[in-house]
Design a protein around this ligand. Structure first.
Ligand code: SF4
Length: 72
């Protein structure tokens, strides 16, 4: 079975510091970037996914309200 991995669509990601996809990931595989000095509540960049930790459960894809996480 071909395992899918989470991909973050930068064109849709809102860079929220309180990333909902990161919040549901039981493996703590989402690395939310440090907060932006200029933009309160936002991170400097989109989250990175640590594929070593990821268990391909797909919960992050369901959790992102912007549909910016895709299992590919
Ligand atoms: S697929 Fe599951 S384990 Fe992997 S980053 Fe998403 S929520 Fe975390």
């Amino acid at each position: 079975m071909l395992l899918k991995i989470p991909w973050v669509d930068r064109s849709k990601c809102k860079r929220e510091s309180e990333c909902k996809a990161a919040a549901v990931c039981k493996q703590k595989a989402f690395e939310v970037q440090p907060p932006s000095e200029e933009e309160p509540g936002l991170a400097r960049d989109c989250p990175l996914v640590d594929l070593e930790r990821c268990k391909q459960c797909g919960e992050c894809e369901k959790a992102c309200p912007e549909h910016a996480v895709k299992m590919v």
